[in-house]
Ligand binder design. Structure first.
Ligand SMILES: Nc1ncnc2c1ncn2[C@@H]1O[C@H](COP(=O)(O)OP(=O)(O)OP(=O)(O)O)[C@@H](O)[C@H]1O
Length: 238
């Protein structure tokens, strides 16, 4: 199992007048190679859940295992190591470093972990940029790229460490429909070719229905976990 959550809760500002119980007894499992859409109304807790799963935030109670490793009780250093070994992130705003070349942005997670990337690692970064159709832009700074191209760089960057799990928070949120389709197609392709599990937060029902599995949150609770819409797009939960 790549991901196992058991009765996970998240309470912001616990014990204060601003207490906000955002995630309620979340239990779920994700197997290697699954493509899962995480959906729900604004404020339902999707980003909070993704941040906890991605070890960017801590839960208040319950258990979270990543590739079998129980994360509760880990030191910050252990969490950072597990995160950099196992998880790739793609956000709506891609957080690229505009002064760096496209290739150096892709190699950044490796540089942060190992220092100067090896020839093999650099070749893999180049391969990924080729896969997302950006071979010609490898040596150019990323601020010359369009929004869709920058999101492709972010996808290549998320995959460069060969993570078992990719977490994507509204990765197509700021893209036009056609570009969003293309970027989503890359997730589908990498999911099949690299067998990485992907959890993708999206408001776009066209895209969530292309994921085999949908998890829906309402007010911080899982209210649906199962097959996404059928080919007719007819499904009660959507
Ligand atoms: N750092 C924080 N401190 C206190 N409350 C927070 C914090 N972060 C999020 N929340 C609250 O948690 C709830 C869920 O927010 P979250 O961003 O996870 O929802 P979401 O489903 O991702 O929404 P959206 O689709 O709009 O991004 C909201 O009530 C929000 O105000």
């Amino acid at each position: 199992m790549v991901l196992q959550l058991d009765k996970l809760n998240k309470i912001f500002n616990a014990g204060t007048p601003l207490e906000n119980h955002v995630l309620h007894d979340i239990s779920l499992q994700v197997s290697p190679g699954e493509l899962v859409a995480l959906v729900g109304a604004s404020g339902s807790g999707k980003s909070t859940l993704l941040n906890v799963i991605g070890l960017l935030d801590v839960s208040s109670s319950g258990e979270l295992r990543i590739q079998g490793h129980l994360t509760q009780g880990m030191s910050e250093q252990q969490r950072t190591q597990l995160r950099s070994e196992s998880i790739g992130f793609v956000f709506q705003f891609h957080h690229l470093i505009s002064a760096f070349s496209t290739l150096d942005n892709v190699l950044m997670p490796l540089m942060l972990r190992y220092g100067k990337p090896s020839a093999e690692q650099t070749a893999y970064g180049e391969y990924l940029l080729n896969e997302v159709g950006l071979t010609d832009y490898m040596r150019q700074p990323t601020n010359r790229l369009s929004g869709g191209q920058q999101q492709r760089v972010a996808i290549a960057r998320a995959l460069v460490t060969r993570p078992a799990l990719v977490l994507a928070d509204e990765p197509t949120g700021n893209l036009d429909t056609q570009t969003a389709d293309e970027v989503f197609g890359l997730f589908e392709r990498f999911n099949i070719e690299h067998q990485c599990a992907i959890v993708i937060v999206t408001h776009d029902t066209r895209l969530s229905s292309r994921c085999p599995r949908t998890i829906r949150l309402t007010d911080g609770r899982i209210v649906y976990d199962g097959a996404s819409a059928d080919s007719d797009g007819v499904n009660a939960h959507l």
